[in-house]
Write a protein that binds this ligand. Structure first.
Ligand SMILES: [Zn+2]
Length: 283
């Protein structure tokens, strides 16, 4: 009988914790996770799962130097982990950082749409007699203000005493499910509205409805991250998929044309949906 073939969960966790100890000093939260990991890994408590997720992401960020403004690039790491079952492919992708490419035009359109959304929503809420302020997340203090609009990289979030709604703006056709789930992990108490401008669609996801799916997703990411961290030099014969795609002139032209039509047609819809949801829950 070959005992070396089978690695128990506890041994795997111990190995992971050894990797972490060798690399850097763990934060108090990480230390807690490590302790729990070595002892019992079967618990499925949400907070603990999230702490563990943060922990594996920071380990991967260290290994591949994936930081932005001093913080691990958690979104990119989760996205790459979610897309590849093969850890050697994950390794290649994280090494080449091929997820960074995006045409400037898409960034510009995205910023423009976010900007219009913020102002239009503000106007509409003020018209409804609401006391609204546009601010940053750090400056939110509930007092005389009814509603806060917080512009963000992905769109905006809306905060009141009773409700939190995030609106994520998508300018391309692509819809990244891992990205969406990743967003909901961080904000599982919020509602997420997805505004797909080119598709002319507005979708609503409730954090509470997707809790089990999120838990399963987090479990998958942690376990894949674990496999990656425990493989010093992953090797495979897969060919990297064509990540070098960049849009040509016609495609950019089409993007712009779809965007112009889409934004005019669906901006009123997204505003109406957000305002209706808010007014229903705020008295
Ligand atoms: Zn592979």
């Amino acid at each position: 009988m070959d005992c070396n073939e089978s690695i128990s969960d506890n041994e795997r966790s111990l190995k992971t914790s050894k990797i972490s100890k060798a690399n850097n000093m763990p934060s108090p939260c990480t230390a807690l996770v490590i302790e729990k990991e070595a002892g019992q890994r079967t618990t499925c408590d949400w907070t603990e799962a999230i702490a563990l997720l943060d922990y594996v992401c920071s380990q991967i960020a260290d290994r591949y130097y994936l930081f932005s403004k001093g913080q691990p690039r958690k979104a990119a790491i989760i996205e790459v982990l979610a897309r590849n079952t093969c850890v050697a492919c994950v390794d290649k992708e994280l090494r080449t950082k091929s997820f960074q490419r995006i045409d400037n035009m898409y960034t510009e359109l995205h910023q423009l749409a976010c900007s219009m959304l913020v102002e239009e929503l503000y106007d509409q809420l003020v018209k409804n007699g609401r006391n609204v302020t546009i601010t940053t997340e750090e400056n939110i203090k509930y007092g005389k203000i009814d509603i806060f609009i917080v512009p963000s990289n992905y769109g905006l979030s809306l905060h009141s005493n009773q409700v939190e709604i995030a609106v994520e703006v998508k300018t391309g056709f692509s819809l990244s499910l891992p990205q969406l789930l990743r967003y909901m992990i961080d904000n599982d108490h919020r509602s997420l509205m997805l505004w797909r401008i080119r598709n002319q669609q507005v979708l609503l996801f409730e954090g509470t409805e997707t809790r089990q799916l999120l838990a399963q997703f987090v479990k998958m990411i942690i376990s894949r991250a674990d496999r990656l961290l425990l493989t010093p030099e992953p090797q495979c014969k897969h060919m990297p998929q064509g990540k070098t795609w960049s849009p040509n002139q016609e495609q950019l032209q089409e993007t712009f044309s779809d965007f112009s039509k889409g934004i005019i047609k669906t901006l009123p819809t997204v505003i109406e949906k957000v305002v209706t949801k808010l007014e229903r829950e705020v008295n």
